[in-house]
Design a protein around this ligand. Structure first.
Ligand SMILES: Nc1ncnc2c1ncn2[C@@H]1O[C@H](COP(=O)(O)OP(=O)(O)OP(=O)(O)O)[C@@H](O)[C@H]1O
Length: 319
Protein backbone atom coordinates (compact mmCIF):
# COMPACT_ATOMS: atom_id res chain seq x y z
CA UNK A 1 0.00 0.00 0.00
CA UNK A 2 1.24 3.48 -0.88
CA UNK A 3 2.29 5.83 1.90
CA UNK A 4 1.13 8.81 -0.13
CA UNK A 5 -1.87 10.38 1.57
CA UNK A 6 -3.35 11.42 -1.78
CA UNK A 7 -2.33 10.82 -5.37
CA UNK A 8 -4.47 11.71 -8.36
CA UNK A 9 -3.47 10.82 -11.88
CA UNK A 10 -4.70 12.07 -15.24
CA UNK A 11 -8.04 13.32 -13.93
CA UNK A 12 -10.36 14.67 -16.60
CA UNK A 13 -13.91 15.89 -16.03
CA UNK A 14 -16.27 17.31 -18.64
CA UNK A 15 -19.64 18.93 -18.10
CA UNK A 16 -21.27 18.55 -21.52
CA UNK A 17 -18.79 19.95 -24.00
CA UNK A 18 -17.02 22.03 -21.34
CA UNK A 19 -13.83 20.59 -19.90
CA UNK A 20 -13.61 21.59 -16.22
CA UNK A 21 -10.49 19.51 -15.48
CA UNK A 22 -8.09 18.23 -18.11
CA UNK A 23 -5.48 15.55 -17.43
CA UNK A 24 -4.58 16.70 -13.92
CA UNK A 25 -2.13 14.72 -11.78
CA UNK A 26 -0.67 15.70 -8.42
CA UNK A 27 0.05 14.27 -5.00
CA UNK A 28 -0.15 15.28 -1.38
CA UNK A 29 2.88 13.96 0.45
CA UNK A 30 3.02 12.81 4.06
CA UNK A 31 3.28 15.66 6.57
CA UNK A 32 3.34 18.49 4.06
CA UNK A 33 1.22 21.58 3.55
CA UNK A 34 0.31 21.83 -0.12
CA UNK A 35 -1.18 25.00 -1.57
CA UNK A 36 -3.72 24.42 -4.35
CA UNK A 37 -3.88 27.68 -6.23
CA UNK A 38 -5.78 28.98 -9.20
CA UNK A 39 -8.15 31.72 -10.31
CA UNK A 40 -11.95 31.45 -10.22
CA UNK A 41 -13.16 28.62 -12.40
CA UNK A 42 -9.70 27.03 -12.73
CA UNK A 43 -11.05 23.62 -11.72
CA UNK A 44 -9.78 23.44 -8.13
CA UNK A 45 -13.03 22.43 -6.40
CA UNK A 46 -13.88 19.95 -9.15
CA UNK A 47 -10.42 18.38 -8.81
CA UNK A 48 -10.86 18.06 -5.04
CA UNK A 49 -14.30 16.48 -5.45
CA UNK A 50 -12.83 14.01 -7.94
CA UNK A 51 -9.91 13.31 -5.62
CA UNK A 52 -12.25 12.39 -2.77
CA UNK A 53 -14.65 10.35 -4.89
CA UNK A 54 -17.52 12.82 -4.37
CA UNK A 55 -17.70 13.04 -8.15
CA UNK A 56 -16.52 10.46 -10.69
CA UNK A 57 -13.92 11.46 -13.30
CA UNK A 58 -14.39 10.77 -17.02
CA UNK A 59 -10.77 9.68 -17.04
CA UNK A 60 -8.06 9.17 -14.46
CA UNK A 61 -8.09 7.98 -10.89
CA UNK A 62 -7.55 8.99 -7.29
CA UNK A 63 -5.82 7.07 -4.51
CA UNK A 64 -5.94 7.75 -0.76
CA UNK A 65 -3.07 5.89 0.90
CA UNK A 66 -2.95 3.74 -2.22
CA UNK A 67 -6.63 2.78 -2.40
CA UNK A 68 -9.64 4.18 -4.23
CA UNK A 69 -11.67 6.58 -2.02
CA UNK A 70 -13.99 4.54 0.19
CA UNK A 71 -15.81 4.94 3.48
CA UNK A 72 -12.87 3.20 5.12
CA UNK A 73 -10.10 5.52 3.99
CA UNK A 74 -12.28 8.66 4.00
CA UNK A 75 -12.41 8.28 7.80
CA UNK A 76 -8.82 9.44 7.69
CA UNK A 77 -9.79 12.60 5.80
CA UNK A 78 -11.26 15.88 7.02
CA UNK A 79 -12.82 17.80 4.11
CA UNK A 80 -14.02 21.38 4.13
CA UNK A 81 -16.13 21.71 0.97
CA UNK A 82 -16.44 24.93 -0.97
CA UNK A 83 -20.16 25.11 -0.34
CA UNK A 84 -20.56 25.86 3.36
CA UNK A 85 -23.47 24.47 5.26
CA UNK A 86 -24.13 23.12 8.71
CA UNK A 87 -27.26 22.02 10.44
CA UNK A 88 -28.60 25.46 11.29
CA UNK A 89 -30.66 24.40 14.28
CA UNK A 90 -27.84 22.58 16.03
CA UNK A 91 -25.54 24.32 18.51
CA UNK A 92 -21.88 24.94 17.68
CA UNK A 93 -20.80 22.32 20.21
CA UNK A 94 -23.22 19.66 19.00
CA UNK A 95 -22.43 20.18 15.37
CA UNK A 96 -18.67 19.67 15.93
CA UNK A 97 -19.32 16.62 18.10
CA UNK A 98 -21.78 15.25 15.51
CA UNK A 99 -19.21 15.34 12.70
CA UNK A 100 -16.56 13.84 14.97
CA UNK A 101 -18.95 10.97 15.83
CA UNK A 102 -19.69 10.40 12.14
CA UNK A 103 -15.96 9.87 11.69
CA UNK A 104 -15.89 7.27 14.43
CA UNK A 105 -15.29 9.15 17.71
CA UNK A 106 -17.11 8.12 20.88
CA UNK A 107 -19.84 10.55 21.97
CA UNK A 108 -18.15 11.64 25.22
CA UNK A 109 -14.78 12.12 23.47
CA UNK A 110 -16.43 14.03 20.66
CA UNK A 111 -18.11 16.45 23.10
CA UNK A 112 -14.88 16.98 25.04
CA UNK A 113 -13.03 17.62 21.81
CA UNK A 114 -15.70 20.09 20.66
CA UNK A 115 -15.33 22.02 23.93
CA UNK A 116 -11.54 22.09 23.62
CA UNK A 117 -11.64 23.35 20.05
CA UNK A 118 -14.25 26.01 20.77
CA UNK A 119 -12.22 27.23 23.73
CA UNK A 120 -9.01 27.19 21.73
CA UNK A 121 -10.60 29.31 19.01
CA UNK A 122 -12.34 31.81 21.24
CA UNK A 123 -15.80 30.45 20.62
CA UNK A 124 -16.53 29.09 24.10
CA UNK A 125 -19.18 31.74 24.70
CA UNK A 126 -21.02 30.44 21.65
CA UNK A 127 -20.87 26.72 22.34
CA UNK A 128 -24.60 26.56 23.05
CA UNK A 129 -25.54 29.03 20.28
CA UNK A 130 -27.38 27.67 17.28
CA UNK A 131 -25.52 27.87 13.99
CA UNK A 132 -28.31 30.06 12.56
CA UNK A 133 -27.44 32.75 15.14
CA UNK A 134 -23.71 32.79 14.47
CA UNK A 135 -22.10 35.31 12.14
CA UNK A 136 -21.02 33.94 8.76
CA UNK A 137 -17.36 33.96 9.78
CA UNK A 138 -18.07 32.24 13.11
CA UNK A 139 -20.16 29.57 11.40
CA UNK A 140 -17.29 28.99 9.00
CA UNK A 141 -14.88 28.60 11.92
CA UNK A 142 -17.23 26.03 13.44
CA UNK A 143 -17.36 24.21 10.12
CA UNK A 144 -13.56 24.13 9.94
CA UNK A 145 -13.40 22.80 13.51
CA UNK A 146 -15.96 20.11 12.55
CA UNK A 147 -13.66 19.08 9.72
CA UNK A 148 -10.70 18.40 11.98
CA UNK A 149 -12.27 17.39 15.30
CA UNK A 150 -11.54 13.70 14.72
CA UNK A 151 -7.85 14.51 14.10
CA UNK A 152 -7.73 13.19 10.55
CA UNK A 153 -4.45 12.20 8.91
CA UNK A 154 -5.39 14.23 5.83
CA UNK A 155 -7.02 17.65 5.76
CA UNK A 156 -8.45 18.94 2.49
CA UNK A 157 -9.68 22.50 2.89
CA UNK A 158 -11.38 24.16 -0.07
CA UNK A 159 -11.00 27.94 0.28
CA UNK A 160 -10.81 27.89 4.08
CA UNK A 161 -9.78 31.55 4.31
CA UNK A 162 -12.56 33.02 2.21
CA UNK A 163 -15.09 35.00 4.21
CA UNK A 164 -12.90 35.30 7.32
CA UNK A 165 -11.73 38.65 8.69
CA UNK A 166 -7.97 39.22 9.13
CA UNK A 167 -8.00 38.17 12.81
CA UNK A 168 -9.81 34.95 12.01
CA UNK A 169 -7.52 34.39 9.04
CA UNK A 170 -4.53 34.54 11.41
CA UNK A 171 -6.31 32.16 13.79
CA UNK A 172 -6.83 29.79 10.89
CA UNK A 173 -3.18 29.99 9.88
CA UNK A 174 -2.31 29.06 13.45
CA UNK A 175 -4.79 26.20 13.38
CA UNK A 176 -3.31 24.87 10.13
CA UNK A 177 0.18 25.06 11.62
CA UNK A 178 -0.99 23.18 14.72
CA UNK A 179 -2.58 20.46 12.61
CA UNK A 180 0.62 20.22 10.61
CA UNK A 181 2.66 19.98 13.83
CA UNK A 182 0.59 17.01 15.02
CA UNK A 183 1.45 15.26 11.74
CA UNK A 184 -1.52 15.90 9.45
CA UNK A 185 -0.94 16.18 5.70
CA UNK A 186 -2.78 19.28 4.55
CA UNK A 187 -3.97 20.58 1.21
CA UNK A 188 -5.80 23.89 1.01
CA UNK A 189 -7.03 25.82 -1.97
CA UNK A 190 -6.89 29.59 -2.11
CA UNK A 191 -6.64 32.65 -4.31
CA UNK A 192 -4.92 34.54 -1.49
CA UNK A 193 -1.25 34.12 -2.29
CA UNK A 194 -0.03 35.49 1.04
CA UNK A 195 -1.46 32.54 2.96
CA UNK A 196 0.15 30.09 0.57
CA UNK A 197 3.45 31.96 0.81
CA UNK A 198 3.47 31.80 4.57
CA UNK A 199 2.21 28.26 5.04
CA UNK A 200 3.05 25.97 2.16
CA UNK A 201 5.90 23.58 1.48
CA UNK A 202 4.80 22.98 -2.10
CA UNK A 203 2.32 24.38 -4.56
CA UNK A 204 0.10 23.12 -7.33
CA UNK A 205 -1.25 25.86 -9.57
CA UNK A 206 -4.28 25.32 -11.80
CA UNK A 207 -5.59 27.54 -14.58
CA UNK A 208 -8.11 26.90 -17.37
CA UNK A 209 -8.67 23.34 -16.08
CA UNK A 210 -4.99 22.38 -16.36
CA UNK A 211 -2.17 22.01 -13.91
CA UNK A 212 0.26 24.79 -14.74
CA UNK A 213 2.81 24.31 -11.96
CA UNK A 214 3.76 21.71 -9.37
CA UNK A 215 6.79 22.28 -7.18
CA UNK A 216 8.37 24.04 -4.23
CA UNK A 217 7.92 27.71 -3.43
CA UNK A 218 11.53 28.25 -4.49
CA UNK A 219 10.87 26.62 -7.85
CA UNK A 220 7.82 28.83 -8.32
CA UNK A 221 9.88 31.95 -7.72
CA UNK A 222 12.59 30.79 -10.08
CA UNK A 223 10.03 30.96 -12.91
CA UNK A 224 10.20 34.73 -12.68
CA UNK A 225 13.06 36.93 -13.71
CA UNK A 226 14.85 38.12 -10.60
CA UNK A 227 15.08 41.91 -10.37
CA UNK A 228 16.51 44.47 -7.97
CA UNK A 229 16.23 48.23 -7.89
CA UNK A 230 19.20 50.54 -7.46
CA UNK A 231 19.48 54.32 -7.16
CA UNK A 232 22.44 56.42 -8.34
CA UNK A 233 23.22 60.11 -8.57
CA UNK A 234 21.54 61.63 -11.63
CA UNK A 235 24.78 62.16 -13.53
CA UNK A 236 25.42 58.39 -13.77
CA UNK A 237 23.91 56.39 -16.62
CA UNK A 238 23.80 52.94 -15.03
CA UNK A 239 22.26 51.36 -18.14
CA UNK A 240 25.20 52.48 -20.28
CA UNK A 241 27.84 51.71 -17.65
CA UNK A 242 26.53 48.16 -17.08
CA UNK A 243 26.10 47.39 -20.81
CA UNK A 244 29.06 45.03 -20.96
CA UNK A 245 27.99 43.04 -17.87
CA UNK A 246 25.59 40.10 -17.49
CA UNK A 247 22.99 42.42 -15.98
CA UNK A 248 20.25 44.11 -17.95
CA UNK A 249 19.55 47.62 -16.64
CA UNK A 250 16.60 49.86 -17.44
CA UNK A 251 15.75 53.28 -16.01
CA UNK A 252 12.85 52.96 -13.59
CA UNK A 253 12.12 56.58 -13.06
CA UNK A 254 13.28 59.31 -15.38
CA UNK A 255 12.77 62.11 -12.88
CA UNK A 256 15.04 62.49 -9.87
CA UNK A 257 13.32 61.60 -6.60
CA UNK A 258 13.23 63.86 -3.49
CA UNK A 259 16.73 62.77 -2.56
CA UNK A 260 17.96 63.72 -6.07
CA UNK A 261 18.52 60.10 -7.01
CA UNK A 262 17.51 58.19 -10.10
CA UNK A 263 16.26 54.63 -9.87
CA UNK A 264 17.15 51.71 -12.13
CA UNK A 265 15.78 48.22 -12.49
CA UNK A 266 18.39 45.50 -12.84
CA UNK A 267 17.40 42.07 -14.18
CA UNK A 268 19.64 39.28 -12.90
CA UNK A 269 20.62 36.31 -15.03
CA UNK A 270 19.70 32.96 -13.52
CA UNK A 271 21.93 32.01 -10.59
CA UNK A 272 23.10 35.59 -9.90
CA UNK A 273 22.33 37.20 -6.54
CA UNK A 274 21.63 40.75 -5.39
CA UNK A 275 25.13 40.72 -3.89
CA UNK A 276 26.62 40.10 -7.38
CA UNK A 277 24.89 43.24 -8.67
CA UNK A 278 26.19 45.34 -5.78
CA UNK A 279 29.75 44.02 -6.23
CA UNK A 280 29.74 44.81 -9.97
CA UNK A 281 28.39 48.32 -9.45
CA UNK A 282 30.90 49.09 -6.69
CA UNK A 283 33.77 47.74 -8.81
CA UNK A 284 32.80 50.24 -11.48
CA UNK A 285 33.18 53.02 -8.93
CA UNK A 286 29.51 53.95 -9.02
CA UNK A 287 28.09 55.25 -5.72
CA UNK A 288 24.95 53.43 -4.69
CA UNK A 289 22.42 55.92 -3.34
CA UNK A 290 19.63 53.45 -2.74
CA UNK A 291 18.97 49.71 -2.93
CA UNK A 292 15.70 47.85 -3.01
CA UNK A 293 16.06 44.07 -2.99
CA UNK A 294 13.68 42.05 -5.07
CA UNK A 295 10.38 41.28 -3.44
CA UNK A 296 9.27 38.54 -5.78
CA UNK A 297 5.81 37.58 -4.78
CA UNK A 298 3.81 34.50 -5.49
CA UNK A 299 1.15 36.80 -6.91
CA UNK A 300 3.48 37.57 -9.85
CA UNK A 301 4.07 33.87 -10.56
CA UNK A 302 0.33 33.30 -10.37
CA UNK A 303 -0.56 36.14 -12.74
CA UNK A 304 2.04 35.03 -15.26
CA UNK A 305 0.91 31.36 -15.24
CA UNK A 306 -2.77 32.24 -15.44
CA UNK A 307 -2.25 34.45 -18.47
CA UNK A 308 -0.12 31.76 -20.14
CA UNK A 309 -2.88 29.18 -19.52
CA UNK A 310 -5.59 31.46 -20.82
CA UNK A 311 -3.68 32.12 -24.04
CA UNK A 312 -2.81 28.46 -24.59
CA UNK A 313 -5.90 26.65 -23.37
CA UNK A 314 -8.72 29.16 -22.80
CA UNK A 315 -10.46 28.53 -26.13
CA UNK A 316 -9.83 24.74 -26.07
CA UNK A 317 -11.84 24.32 -22.89
CA UNK A 318 -15.16 24.72 -24.70
CA UNK A 319 -15.78 21.68 -26.86
N1 LIG B 1 -21.66 20.62 -11.87
C1 LIG B 1 -21.19 21.43 -12.83
N2 LIG B 1 -21.83 21.59 -14.00
C2 LIG B 1 -21.34 22.40 -14.96
N3 LIG B 1 -20.20 23.11 -14.86
C3 LIG B 1 -19.51 23.00 -13.70
C4 LIG B 1 -19.97 22.15 -12.63
N4 LIG B 1 -19.06 22.25 -11.61
C5 LIG B 1 -18.11 23.11 -12.03
N5 LIG B 1 -18.38 23.55 -13.29
C6 LIG B 1 -17.56 24.48 -14.07
O1 LIG B 1 -16.23 24.00 -14.09
C7 LIG B 1 -15.31 25.06 -13.95
C8 LIG B 1 -14.40 24.81 -12.78
O2 LIG B 1 -15.16 24.99 -11.59
P1 LIG B 1 -14.51 24.80 -10.15
O3 LIG B 1 -15.58 25.09 -9.15
O4 LIG B 1 -13.83 23.49 -10.09
O5 LIG B 1 -13.41 25.95 -10.17
P2 LIG B 1 -12.59 26.57 -8.97
O6 LIG B 1 -11.17 26.63 -9.42
O7 LIG B 1 -12.86 25.85 -7.71
O8 LIG B 1 -13.17 28.05 -8.92
P3 LIG B 1 -13.50 29.03 -7.67
O9 LIG B 1 -12.18 29.48 -7.17
O10 LIG B 1 -14.26 30.12 -8.33
O11 LIG B 1 -14.28 28.25 -6.68
C9 LIG B 1 -16.13 26.35 -13.82
O12 LIG B 1 -16.19 26.98 -15.09
C10 LIG B 1 -17.49 25.84 -13.41
O13 LIG B 1 -18.51 26.68 -13.90
Amino acid sequence: MSDLPLAVSHLTKRFGSFCAVQDVSFELRGGEILGFLGPNGAGKSTSLRLALGIMQPDEGQSRIYGAAPSLKNLHRVGFLPEERGLYKRMTARNVIAYFARLKGMKNSDALTRADELLERFNLSDFRKTRISRLSKGMAQKVQILSTLAHEPDILILDEPFSGLDPVNQSDLELLIREQHARGASILFSTHVMEHAERLCDRLVMMASGRKMFDGSMQEAFSLLAHKVRLATLPERDLAAEMRETAFEVAPLQVEEDDAQRVWWEVTLPSGATSQDVLTTVIQKGILIEGFDPDERRLRDVFVSLVSEAEQKYGAMRHG
